[in-house]
Design a protein around this ligand. Structure first.
Ligand code: FES
Length: 277
């Protein structure tokens, strides 16, 4: 059972602005019934200001509450102001959403963007992305954006925010690849936010240290090398190689084929081991 705030329950049980505006100035149609969530947002705009917003949503309590909240938030805003509304703003308005339901707030933001784009007669870049998750029709552009905007650090978090990976799981490798690529492009200052995970960070760190101590260090020490855990950020495990390992030409192979493999087998199978800079 999800833990919903009072505000989510209130908007789910008594949603505002349900319906469709006749002859809207902007329409945003996102999601699909096949994927379990769909939202149609229609806007009435006068003098660059949203004077009315209505929605029709097919989905869970969070999807309905997010849509209802969105229409209240944007009514009265200028189009430029509404354009800046983020999925986090929608979730905050509702007093938070369960992490597994963050994709509902993302759907609200996407519908708003689509409606504004429709009003302005432009094509959203999302339409140009390559579909990486067939089950939910999620593109690489959507995944990269979610990673960047919400500081996601694991495939599980990507699934919470975009639904990608929440079906057959075939796209997980691709999602992990996008995660690694994207995180490396984000400045270090943005990397600090820690997100909730199944295993708490402390539990994960303890387990990683235990495996390094028991399984990895003895093998490296035999050859005059060593390894220290430097940091753990979501699925990223930063380590520092010591002794003979620092000058070894095969150090990257050791990290990936030996250390990462051991940690994936014994801690979490999504961990990504990297050398701290
Ligand atoms: S292809 Fe992504 S979950 Fe099936």
């Amino acid at each position: 059972m999800w833990e919903y705030t009072d505000k989510v329950q209130e908007h789910f049980l008594h949603p505002h602005n349900v319906g469709e505006i006749e002859n809207p100035d902007g329409t945003g149609d996102v999601g699909s019934l096949a994927c379990g969530d769909a939202l149609k947002l229609t806007l009435k705009i006068e003098d660059e200001r949203i004077i009315d917003a209505k929605f029709k949503t097919f989905g869970c309590a969070s999807a309905i509450a997010s849509s209802s909240a969105l229409t209240i938030m944007i009514t009265g805003m200028s189009v430029d102001e509404a354009e800046k509304v983020s999925n986090e703003d929608i979730a905050d308005f509702l007093g938070g959403l369960p992490k597994e339901k963050m994709h509902c707030s993302v759907m609200g933001r996407e519908a708003l963007e689509a409606a504004i784009a429709d009003y302005r007669g432009v094509i959203l870049p999302m339409a140009e992305g390559e579909v990486v998750c067939e089950c939910f029709g999620v593109t690489d552009v959507e995944v990269i954006r979610a990673i960047q905007e919400s500081n996601l650090r694991s495939v599980e978090e990507i699934t919470n925010f975009t639904k990608a990976g929440g079906g057959c799981g075939k796209c997980e490798d691709k999602l992990r690849e996008l995660l690694v690529q994207t995180v490396h492009e984000i400045p270090m200052a943005v990397k600090q936010k820690e997100a909730p995970k199944r295993m708490t960070t402390l539990q994960k760190i303890k387990k990683i240290e235990e495996v390094l101590e028991r399984e990895v260090k003895p093998g490296l020490r035999k050859d005059g090398g060593d390894i220290e855990l430097v940091d753990v950020d979501g699925d990223f495990v930063m380590v520092s190689l010591r002794g003979a390992c620092t000058s070894c030409a095969k150090s990257q192979t050791t990290l990936k084929e030996y250390v990462e493999k051991k940690l994936r087998e014994q801690v979490v199978d999504t961990l990504i081991v990297e050398e701290a800079k």
